[in-house]
Design a protein around this ligand. Structure first.
Ligand code: ATP
Ligand code: MG
Ligand code: FE
Length: 345
C-alpha cells in the first residue's frame, strides 16, 4: 500500500509517500519560519495561506521524486489535529478532494501520534511496548505506549511545553524563532557551572513537568548580571547552557522515573526538542545502567514533517480504518481518545 502523507498543522507544509514494502519513498518540506519572522510567533492566517500555495507543488515534487503518478497512490493521510484550525482545514480539504478524485481511502491522523511513531521510520526502530517522551513546541508528555492507539498519559506539563520554554528563553537572549537550535548552538560556548538553574518539580513524586518557572529564572539571571555590568556575549552563552542543562536534566529525571515505574525497557523521544544533542547524550547515559534502550527519529523527523503522517496513516489505513465523507479538523484532540488498530474502519 502506498500512502501520501500531508502535514499542515502549524507552520510547516510537509508531504511524503510511504510504501508498505519499500518504506519511505520520498518526502519534502517547506518551512514558513521566514514568513513569520518579525511577528514574534506564527500568524495563523499567514500559515493557512502559505499551505494553500505550497501543497500542490510539494505533492508534485514527491510524486516525481518517487517516480510515481497520482493514480499509483492507494490512500491519503493528513493531519486532522491538534493544530491551527485554518491550517488544518487546508490539509484536510486538500486530502479529501484528492482522495475523492482518485477514488481512494483517506484518513485524518493525530499529529502527536505521528510524532510518537516517527522513530519507527528508522531501519532499527523500537518495538512495543515503550515509554514515549513527547517534547515539542506545544506538548511535553510522557506516554505509555502498548501498541498503536493504546496510549496511557503518565505525565505532562502543567504550563509551558519544553519547546515553548526554549523559544521564550531564546527571545530573552535576543535569538530568533525557533529558539531551540539557537540556544543549543550558543550553549556550546557556555561556561559549565557558572549558573545553576532549578530542575522544576523533580523533588516531589510524579511525572508532571513545569517549565514556566525557568523563564522567570532566566529573566532574573539576565537582569541581575546586567545590573552587575556583566552583560556580554559570554553571559548569554552561560545562561543558554544553564537553561538547556536544567531542561535536559529535568526531562532525564522524569524519563528515568517513568521507566522505573512502568518496568518498560524502551524509551523513545519525539518532537522538535528531541533533536537536541545534549538531551540525546544525557538520555543515552541515563538508560545505560538501567539496561534500557532509547530511540529517536532522525533529527529532521523530530520537528514537523510529512513522513511521520504518511507512516502513522499507513499503519491505520492498512488496518482498514478510513474517514467517512466528512473532512476532519480538530484544533484540540486528546491522543488517549484514539481507537486501537482493531477498531472497525
Ligand atoms: P506540536 O507538535 O506540539 O503541535 P510543534 O509542531 O510546533 O508543536 P515541533 O515542530 O515538533 O513542535 O518542534 C518545534 C519545537 O522544537 C520548537 O519549540 C523548537 O524550538 C524546538 N526545537 C527544535 N530543535 C531543537 C533543538 N535542537 N533543541 C531544543 N529545541 C529544539
Ligand atoms: Mg514548526
Ligand atoms: Fe509537531
Amino acid at each position: 500500500m502506498r500512502v501520501l502523507g500531508i502535514e499542515t498543522s502549524c507552520d510547516e507544509t510537509g508531504v511524503a509517500i510511504y510504501d508498505t514494502e519499500q518504506g519511505l519513498l520520498a518526502h519534502a518540506l517547506h518551512s514558513q519560519v521566514a514568513a513569520h519572522a518579525g511577528y514574534g510567533g506564527v500568524v495563523p492566517e499567514l500559515a493557512s495561506r502559505d499551505h494553500i500555495r505550497r501543497l500542490l507543488p510539494l505533492c508534485e515534487q514527491v510524486l516525481s521524486e518517487a517516480g510515481l503518478a497520482r493514480r499509483d497512490l492507494d490512500a491519503i493521510a493528513y493531519t486532522a489535529g491538534p493544530g491551527l484550525i485554518g491550517a488544518l482545514m487546508v490539509g484536510s480539504t486538500f486530502a479529501h478532494g484528492l482522495a475523492r478524485a482518485l477514488d481512494i481511502p483517506v484518513l485524518g491522523v493525530h499529529h502527536m501520534e505521528a510524532h510518537l511513531l516517527a522513530p519507527m521510520l528508522e531501519p532499527e526502530g523500537p518495538d512495543f511496548p515503550f515509554v514515549a517522551l513527547l517534547v515539542s513546541g506545544g506538548h511535553t508528555q510522557l506516554v505509555r505506549v502498548d501498541d498503536i492507539g493504546r496510549y496511557e498519559l503518565l505525565g505532562e506539563s502543567v504550563d509551558d511545553a519544553a519547546g515553548e520554554a526554549f523559544d521564550k528563553a531564546a527571545r530573552m537572549l535576543g535569538l530568533e524563532y525557533p529558539g531551540g537550535p539557537r540556544i543549543a548552538a550558543l550553549a556550546q560556548e557556555g561556561t559549565p557551572d557558572r549558573f545553576r538553574f532549578p530542575r522544576p518539580m523533580t523533588n516531589r513524586p510524579g511525572l508532571d513537568f513545569s517549565f514556566s518557572g525557568l523563564k522567570t529564572y532566566t529573566r532574573n539571571t539576565l537582569r541581575d548580571a546586567t545590573e552587575a555590568g556583566e552583560a556580554d556575549h559570554q553571559l548569554h552563552a552561560d545562561v543558554a547552557l544553564a537553561f538547556q542543562t536544567a531542561v535536559v536534566e529535568t526531562l532525564a529525571i522524569k524519563c528515568r522515573r517513568a521507566l522505573e515505574q512502568t518496568g518498560i525497557r524502551t524509551l523513545i523521544v519525539a518532537g522538535g526538542v528531541g533533536a537536541n544533542r545534549a538531551l540525546r547524550d544525557r538520555l543515552s547515559a541515563m538508560v545505560e545502567p538501567l539496561e534500557c534502550r532509547v530511540f529517536y527519529p532522525r533529527p529532521e523527523f523530530c520537528t514537523d514533517n510529512g513522513a511521520m503522517i504518511a507512516f502513522a496513516g499507513h499503519e491505520r489505513l492498512r488496518a482498514g480504518q478510513q474517514d467517512g465523507p466528512e473532512m476532519l479538523a480538530w484544533p484540540r484532540w486528546s491522543m488517549t481518545e484514539l481507537p486501537g488498530l482493531d477498531a472497525a474502519g
